[in-house]
Write a new protein. Sequence first.
Length: 322
Amino acid sequence: MVLKWTVTAVLVVGAAEAGAGGQGISLRPEFVVGQVTEYLSRGTITHQASTEDMPPSEPVRITTESGMQVKVARLRPEGGAEIEWTLRYVVIKTTEAVPGIPMKLDYDSREPGSEQSPLAPMFAELVGRPITIEVDASGRVLGSRNMPVGGPQGVLGDLLGGFFSPEMFEQLPLFITAGAPSPAKKNSKWNRALRIPLPLGAGSIDFNTIHKLSKINRRESTALIAIEGDIAKGAAGGSTAQPAPDRTMVIHDGRFTGSAEWDTALGQLKSAESRMSLNLTLDTLLGRMNVQQEMISSVERTKTSRPDQTKTPKNDSSEARP
C-alpha cells in the first residue's frame, strides 16, 4: 500500500510538472488604474581605480537605499498604460570621496539638515516628484515626462544627470515587465538588449542578457527568472552624442548575473537581485585610469493595493521605513 501511494504521488507530481511546462504561463504585466505598488531598493557599488603613476586606490564603497512607488495612472487606448514612478526617499553613503569629487557623498532625504548635502539640489527636484512613464501592452517603455531639470552644476551635476536622464528612465523595465514571450513555458529563454547611458559624458554600456524561466510555482502564483549576460567590450558607445574627448572609456570585460521573481497573479515584479562587474579604462584629464567596479543591487516589493482592495502579498515585507 505504501509503495502504491508513493508511485501515485510521483505520477501526480510528474504530471503536474509536465502540465506546467506544457501549458505555459503569462508573464505579461497587468495594469489596473489606481493600483499602487511600493518597492524597496538597495545597492552597493565598489569602485577602485589606478593610473600609471598611481597605485590602486583604496576601494570606494557607495551604498544606496531608496523607497519607490509605482502607480497606474491611466490606460492607453492602444494598449498599455501611463505609470507614475515616484522616488519616496533616498539614502546614499560613501566610505571615501569619489575620484574627481573631493567630498563624501552622504545623503538621507528623510533626515533634518539633508539640504546641506552636496546631493541635495538634485534630489530635492526628484524626491516626491511623480515621473510619468508611458508603456505599451507588453510593458516596453515608450517615453517619460516630468523629469527634473534643476540640480548642481559641474562634475557632480554631470554625474547625477547621467543617472536621472530621460534616456535612463526609458531603460527602466524592471518594475514593469519581465520582457518575456507569452505564454512562457518552463525553461523558455529570451534575450533582452539594453543600452545604459553613463554619467560624465563617458558614452553608454550595452548589455545583452539571456533570461530563462527556471521555475513555476502555481500554488504561490510566482515564476522565477534566471538572468545572465555579457557587457559589450570595446569603446563605450554614445546613444545621442559622442563621448567627450577627455572621457573616452574602453570596456575590457564585464559580466551581469541576477534573478527575478514575477507575481503571475498580479502581473508585476515581486523581487529581483543582480550583480554586475566591470573592468575598464577611462581617459581623463589626469591620464588613463584603470577602473574595477562591482555593483550589487536588489529590489523587493513591500506593498501593493488596488482600488477595490488593499492587499499586502504573502511573504512580502511591510517593515520598510517610509
